[in-house]
Design a protein around this ligand. Structure first.
Ligand code: NAD
Length: 323
């Protein structure tokens, strides 16, 4: 694979994947060329990308535009599909944009992949499609019982990916990863939101009693797993991506307070998010045994590095908090 199309590559995770690929982070892919297709929604930022790199082509456009896709896809030998509306709170306020981008956009992309014979396609799904689990963990065969409009739209696209493999024989591989943290994440998400508030001496809003449990994985581990699936995964297979550290939101807040030299007086408890899932947990045995995946970045080390990045890059996040 030498010419990879990355949708949503100007966002948080997609841009990490592109930067890593172009900087030679994946052995054997040092010469690969990348086309990023991104509509630059409020969450997309071209400054996340090394636009001067001659191996990168940036195309501003919507995955919902079939004509554009039919023009763009030929010549590419793989697609990594990140593009999506991604913020649960926004989906609670209004689900239409989520169905449009995540369900219809993905269907449109899969159609174009079939029509142009482009593949493999890695569909970047999420552990949230499974719903909430009180104890234990989900394997890939657990039912999809999504609870938020965001996760329901991701479940729709996840099932479409399966259907395009079964029906059309398209080489699609689906990944379901837990919560990511890292640099370049939009300030609306929990960690950047809290860190950029604490760095400005502001209070942070913690939902409910802070007891919701999430597994936190460094974005670099997620992207390495995605590349493993792209290069060695099975067509039609689903891979959970886990190995992350489970923490209650209260425990995460405690760590962020410490890293930002603040205390609990900076925390304001607010009414819980509607339909807030209590706990997510994935069983990642399949990707570990089939593809040799194992996460590398311990949470405390990664979190300290990420908080340091936000501290050193107010020029990146100040325009977002002021918007
Ligand atoms: P993000 O919101 O930071 O980035 C999404 C990108 O997609 C943005 O650059 C945006 O401009 C672009 N985009 C949105 N709609 C588009 C459209 N119609 N056409 C073209 N581009 C469009 O999101 P993220 O956190 O980087 O998530 C990337 C993917 O990973 C998503 O599919 C998400 O569901 C999935 N995921 C995220 C996490 C997480 O913790 N953030 C965990 C598991 C899976």
């Amino acid at each position: 694979m030498s010419n990879i199309l990355v949708t949503g590559g100007a966002g948080f995770i997609g841009s990490h994947y592109v930067r890593t690929l172009l900087s030679g982070g994946y052995a054997g892919y040092e010469d690969a060329r990348v086309t990023v297709l991104d509509k630059l929604s409020y969450a997309g930022n071209p400054a996340n990308l090394p636009l001067e790199d001659p191996r990168l082509t940036f195309v501003r456009g919507d995955i919902g535009n079939q004509e554009l896709l039919l023009h763009l896809l030929p010549g590419h030998d793989a697609i990594v599909h990140f593009a999506a509306e991604s913020h649960v709170d926004r989906s609670v306020d209004g689900a239409a944009a989520f169905v449009r981008a995540n369900v219809l956009g993905t269907q449109n992309l899969l159609d174009a992949a079939v029509r142009t014979g482009t593949g493999p396609v890695v569909h970047v799904s999420t552990d949230e499609v499974y719903g909430s689990i009180d104890s234990g963990s989900w394997t890939e065969s657990a039912p999809l019982l999504a609870n938020s409009p965001y996760s329901a739209s991701k479940a729709g696209s996840d099932l479409l990916a399966r259907a395009y493999h079964r029906t059309h024989g398209l080489d699609v591989r689906v990944t379901r990863c837990s919560n990511n943290y890292g640099t370049h994440q939009h300030v609306e998400k929990l960690i950047p939101n809290f860190v950029t508030r604490l760095l400005r001496g502001l209070q942070v809003p913690l939902y409910g009693d802070g007891g919701n449990i999430r597994e936190w994985l460094h974005v670099d581990d997620h992207c390495r797993a995605l590349h493993l699936v792209l290069t060695g995964g099975r067509p039609g297979a689903v891979y959970n991506i886990g190995g992350a550290t489970p923490l209650t939101n209260r425990q995460m807040t405690e760590r962020l307070l410490e890293l930002c030299a603040a205390d609990w007086s900076a925390v304001r408890f607010v009414a819980d998010r509607k339909g807030h899932d209590l706990r997510y947990a994935v069983d990642d045995t399949r990707i570990r045994t089939e593809l040799g995946y194992a996460p590398r970045i311990p949470l405390d080390e990664g979190l300290a590095q990420v908080v340091g990045w936000y501290r050193d890059h107010p020029d990146w996040w100040k325009p977002l908090v002021e918007a």
